[in-house]
Structure formats: C-alpha cells, structure tokens
Design a protein around this ligand. Structure first.
Ligand SMILES: [Zn+2]
Length: 96
C-alpha cells in the first residue's frame, strides 16, 4: 500500500476535504483524528498537466502540493506524539 499522504491547508488549517490536482484530479477526505485518508473519489485525468496543487474545500484556496504535504506530515507527527504521550502516561499510572 502506498504511503498515506496527508494534507493540511496552509491558509485556514482545514484537514478534511481537498481537491488534488496532479497529473490526475482527485477529491480526498481525511480524518483529523486519525491522520489518515478516509475517502477518495476515483481518479480523473487532469486537464492541467503541468500544475501540481491542492485546493482546500473549506476556504477554496489553492496551495502548493508539496507545502500542503509538508504541513500534513508535521500535523500527523504531532498528533501521534500526543497519542504516544497519553499512552505512556496511562500505562505508567499506578493507583495509590
Ligand atoms: Zn483552507
């Protein structure tokens, strides 16, 4: 399975729904809770072959694809760190 690519809108912080324009066009839906893609449309051929960007479905701003991925990566790492912290905190808890 391909590595999950997670997008975050640099303009408004939306993480749920994006239109992705690469060599193909696709609509994806993501879960901010788990940091994974939970839905995606079929892949359609894009008419704009040389453009690579994502369009946020919340603010409708277009963002650089790589930038949205870079922020998304950070977002996922951050949420996983919090999860790990909570787990170790809970498992380390000793009832008096
Ligand atoms: Zn946005």
């Amino acid at each position: 399975m391909a590595k999950n690519t997670f997008f975050v809108c640099p303009s408004c912080g939306n993480v749920r729904k994006f239109k992705i324009f690469t060599s193909n066009f696709q609509v994806v839906e993501q879960s901010p809770e788990t940091g994974v893609r939970i839905g995606e449309s079929g892949v359609l051929p894009s008419l704009r072959l040389n453009d690579t960007y994502v369009e946020c479905q919340a603010c409708l701003k277009k963002s650089d694809y790589d930038m949205a991925v870079a922020i998304g990566k950070k977002y996922v790492e951050e949420s996983q760190r919090v999860e790990k912290y909570n787990l170790s905190y809970n498992s380390g808890y000793v009832h008096p």
